[in-house]
Design a protein around this ligand. Sequence first.
Ligand SMILES: Nc1ncnc2c1ncn2[C@@H]1O[C@H](COP(=O)(O)OP(=O)(O)OP(=O)(O)O)[C@@H](O)[C@H]1O
Ligand SMILES: [Mg+2]
Length: 487
Amino acid sequence: MFARYKKGNGAKARPAAEPKADAAPAAPAAAAAPAASPKPAAGFRRPTPAKAAVKAAPVDRERKRREKLAEVRIEMHRRLLDSLNLSALEHATEQELKQEIAAICSDGLNELGMVLTKEERQNLHQDLYDEVMGLGPLEPLLKDDTVNDILVNGPHQVFVERAGKLELTDVQFKDERHLLRIIDKIVSAVGRRVDESNPYVDARLKDGSRFNAMIPPIAVDGSLVSIRKFKKEKLSVDDLIRFGAFTEEMAAYLQAAVATRLNIIVSGGTGSGKTTTLNALSSFIDDSERILTIEDTAELQLQQTHVGRMESRPPNVEGKGAVTQRDCLRNALRMRPDRIIVGETRGEEVIDMLQAMNTGHDGSMTTIHANSARDGVSRLENMVAMAGIEMPLKAVRAQIASAVNLIVQASRLQDGSRRMVSITEITGMEGEVISMQEVFRYQRLGLTPDGKILGRFTATGVRSHYAERFKQWGYDLPPSIYEPAKD
Ligand SMILES: Nc1ncnc2c1ncn2[C@@H]1O[C@H](COP(=O)(O)OP(=O)(O)OP(=O)(O)O)[C@@H](O)[C@H]1O
Ligand SMILES: [Mg+2]
């Protein structure tokens, strides 16, 4: 693996003639893809009535059964709430509560004259248990490890993100009140509140998941909830190489960049993998360094020994007690850090971040929300302007150019794959303009019939502006790393 590029591990020993095939994990997919077979004629025609009737019957029966089960669930839930002593619940064991639920259901179903299969009964018991003790309909999604994000748009629409793709689930809340009750349960467990005068909340749950909710009337069609589930196992550099997020060569380059203390910005859209990339890059930091991390919601999981983590705090209900990222950052500068990592720079803290990068905290890193390296720089300029700093644009640009060395662009492509689509170096100023050079990029070559993107990573042929620095620090990358992929 890319271990062969690791410091002192004979980067130079790599024979120049070695085939570059492994430079583009996406490429084999291209070879394996069938020659663009024409899609079957799209089904714009209505199915013939006879076929539809044959097919509709079981589907219809299944739907009716589901509706019936939903009614039963609501009825059982009502009975449960009527008959359970809620205050005694805290002391009940899981076993006791489950037995109680089973008994109430058994009586209720007898009364209704309803017969359930074993599986239906088990699901009903679990749903009711989740309702009383957990987060109701969200519970199975929270337990499902293949789900990354949960997105609720009002009580009757719940999407999840699996492998980069959004899917509509058949999970539903009974009504808006039910959804609000679950939201309330979640936020009150972490000491927050959400109500009409305070209609949105951003919080970190006990398990580390990121939670955001906005309730009516601000949310027009019912409460909006988004949950980014916390993953204990963060993706490592090797995982990301394996998933095709970037190549071994790019990893070797990034390792040199991090180890030689370049200041790095990871840029990308929402959910493009910025935090994951930042976390993976941090693994290249030497264990002897003191690292301070600052985030709005603590997500980073650094492996080093000497790490101080900070989390900003929103104002309380009376509008007091806020501790901003900027406050944390200013304080961090007095805490003798070797490196500072800010989870996401989105506001006035940009000033202190740039200053920190410019004044001896080399090797600092952050992420920003932008669609390209150029766009990222404009975002930084805007943030400086919004922070109320009156500085000529040229001076702002000079600050940025001397603070930031590298912009790594992450992107979630339309087939759900997440890739590092560009690595761009900032090389200085030319007149009023910040000069940049792209060193690696992802080249899109086409689309498979089933909608997967075909492409490959390639170097642009430009030698790194920092090659000499890498060499001086013992990261002598072979020139072949900068050679573009051959056609
Ligand atoms: N290369 C990858 N391959 C597969 N999954 C990935 C990859 N990168 C990130 N993910 C997953 O995608 C989800 C979003 O990633 P991440 O939190 O890093 O995105 P982000 O850009 O920081 O999002 P946000 O804009 O919300 O802060 C996570 O669940 C993460 O595990
Ligand atoms: Mg993030």
